[in-house]
Design a protein around this ligand. Structure first.
Ligand SMILES: [Zn+2]
Ligand SMILES: [Zn+2]
Ligand SMILES: [Zn+2]
Ligand SMILES: [Zn+2]
Ligand SMILES: [Zn+2]
Ligand SMILES: [Zn+2]
Ligand SMILES: [Zn+2]
Ligand SMILES: [Zn+2]
Length: 604
């Protein structure tokens, strides 16, 4: 108890102190002075990871003001960072360096680690191993990075967790730094540091690529954090689209698959018995017991190949042994290890032996004669999935009987389609955030975003959270437009009916209270300008009566409702005025007119 008391008073002390420092940072002279106080800077970075949320917020505001005055080299010295990230962070520059630094030292600190780790510590990460069924592990950095390994190091702040709010503030800070808003020098350094952290994945030695070892490394967590602040510049320069030969030259003839023997399918694996092979041929030629012992090796160049994408705010990187993605908005991430799946992702799962949904491989059972495994989920998905092969050669990822078919999930533009999808087969469904879009039949909503059909249905069936009727659940999690698709009609119809009913009642009440001409609606630029319905539905709370199932007015909405919401309430306690016994007694005692009022007015 003494320590708690102590903590509280020291928090108050630091808070007061930083309030004064913040005031000082308001002027140019003050900022220049503060930027020279290296001891203070060091303390601020410690507080960023240890202080109470209100002090952490002060620290970020202070850093924002002071960083423009601090040279990146100065901060690097302060943090014992041996070198700043290279300014030319493109994959080609990386290849030209040619192996000087092949094996990465996972303990080597980087200039922005102290910030990126704030993001990493707030991430919820789903970890899975492709082709090994549906096992998913949910992990975070606090429990994954062993304490002993960072205890005494200069990166002690790798320990512990971080609240989401602060992580979001840091994401904004880093994005502003990357775009050059803090200073030009910081713009270059930030972009370079983000790139470096992602490229570090390609340098992980084989021993660290094992899932259990990989998640212990700060390298992985820093890469995930970096994916949250990815910039479009990174996408272009980090992806090694072309074959780059070891001496850094592009456009070298790339070896082709000896088994395909078509002179164009690229090989990525060299087998000492079968020769150069593509991923598909490697898999099938070595499925058999007799051939399983062949010595195979991934081409060095392929080992270093990397793809970086930014789809709908979700950063993603793909290597031959791992795919990692992170969504800065939800602070969720996924790491999928590709053990036993050496080589690129299977692009067209129309072949037998591989489940089209979960990627499981087998030469026996159901998979010996088809492309759906015996997993109950996969069997269920197969019932609704489209079985057509699109003209690009990829299997349709959509729903059976749908016309036209879902655009190809591999980014191909097929005849009759106006544009290719912005999401692809490896993108997570942003509703469940556990499975790739290709892992279950998917639909494209009217807003153009793609989700699993069963996830859309689940969201609409579940409805709003807590007692008060809200309609946020019925909007696209990516763009917030109303969810709409013909296959969801049965669920959307009642939602729309309820929406219209609540809207009508709220508008009537607004007018009844004389607020329909209030400033909130008539002032240009106000949140509800020209939107009386939005204003009324925000102001008044409606509930669904447990007895008559109709929406009834339950008082003005309170802002704290969101906090205490949740599913922790008794739905049987929600009864409208007309249905409650008290009012029924009144109703029966009074005239028809009063009854009429109850029906139309009380529930309004
Ligand atoms: Zn082949
Ligand atoms: Zn072989
Ligand atoms: Zn399956
Ligand atoms: Zn289809
Ligand atoms: Zn395709
Ligand atoms: Zn989903
Ligand atoms: Zn959308
Ligand atoms: Zn009722």
């Amino acid at each position: 108890m003494v320590t708690e008391e102590h903590n509280r008073s020291s928090d108050a002390y630091i808070f007061e102190l930083l309030s004064m420092v913040l005031a000082l940072s308001g002027s140019n002279v003050g900022r220049t002075f503060l930027a020279q106080q290296l001891g203070l800077l060091q303390d601020l970075l410690s507080l960023l990871h240890t202080a109470t949320p209100r002090v952490q917020r002060q620290v970020v505001s202070l850093l924002r003001r002071v960083l423009p005055e601090v040279q990146p080299q100065v901060l690097a010295r302060l943090l014992n960072v041996p070198s700043l990230p290279p300014e030319d962070f493109s994959i080609i520059a990386e290849a030209k360096k040619g192996g000087e630094e092949v094996n990465l030292d996972p303990t080597k600190p980087g200039i922005l680690d102290v910030f990126l780790i704030c993001i990493a510590k707030a991430l919820t990460v789903q970890m899975k191993v492709k082709g090994s069924g549906k096992a998913v592990n949910t992990v975070d950095s606090a429990t994954s990075i062993p304490t002993e390994s960072v205890q005494s190091s200069s990166r002690w702040w790798l320990r512990g967790g971080m609240n989401n709010k602060l992580a979001e503030t840091i994401i904004t800070l880093l994005k502003d730094m990357a775009s050059g808003q803090v200073s030009e020098a910081w713009g270059r350094v930030t972009k370079g540091a983000v790139a470096e952290n992602i490229l570090n994945l390609t340098k992980m030695g084989e021993n660290l690529r094992v899932p259990a070892e990989c998640i212990k490394t700060p390298t992985l967590w820093l890469a995930l954090a970096s994916l949250c602040v990815l910039d479009h510049d990174h996408v272009v320069s980090l992806s090694s689209g072309q074959w780059i030969s070891p001496d850094g030259q592009q456009g070298q003839p790339r070896p082709t698959c000896d088994n395909h023997d078509d002179g164009e399918t690229s090989a990525i694996i060299l087998c000492d018995m079968c020769g150069n092979l593509c991923a598909d041929c490697d898999r099938f030629l070595h499925l058999h017991k007799r051939t399983r012992s062949h010595k195979r090796q991934v081409f060095k160049e392929e080992e270093e190949a990397i793809r970086v994408d930014l789809h709908e705010g979700c950063g993603r990187t793909k290597l031959f042994w791992v795919m990692a993605l992170a969504d800065s908005a939800s602070l969720k991430a996924m790491v999928e290890f590709r053990e036993g799946d050496r080589g690129k992702t299977l692009t067209s799962a129309i072949s037998m032996g591989v489940c089209r949904f979960c990627g499981n491989q087998s030469s026996t059972g159901l998979l010996s004669m088809g492309n759906v495994c015996s997993d109950p989920d996969c069997q269920e998905y197969a019932k609704t999935a489209c079985r057509k092969v699109q003209s690009c050669g990829h299997m349709c990822g959509g729903i059976a009987g749908e016309y036209p078919c879902l655009p190809c999930l591999h980014g191909c533009k097929n005849p009759g389609q106006t544009h290719a999808l912005k999401q692809d087969a490896d993108d997570m469904c942003m509703i469940c955030f556990t499975e790739a879009l290709s892992a279950a039949p998917a639909i494209q909503l009217i807003c153009s975003h793609v989700f699993h059909l069963h996830c859309c249905r689940k969201v609409l069936e579940k409805g709003w959270i807590g007692p008060r009727i809200t309609f946020g659940f019925a909007s696209c999690p990516i763009c917030k437009r109303e969810i709409d698709h013909p296959l969801l009609k049965d669920l959307l119809d009642p939602t729309r009916k309820l929406y219209d009913d609540v809207k009508r009642k709220a508008l009537m009440r607004l007018e009844y209270e004389g607020l329909h001409k209030s400033e909130a609606i008539t002032t240009a630029g106000a949140r509800f300008y020209n939107d009386p319905a939005g204003f009324a539905m925000d102001r008044y709370a409606y509930y669904v009566c447990y007895k008559c199932k109709k929406a009834y007015y339950g008082g003005e909405a309170r802002c704290d409702e969101q906090l205490e919401g949740g599913d922790d309430y008794d739905p049987t306690e929600l009864v409208c005025g007309a249905c409650s016994d008290v009012s029924r007694a009144q109703v029966s005692a009074m005239s028809d007119l009063t009854g009429l009022l109850h029906g139309n007015f009380l529930n309004m």
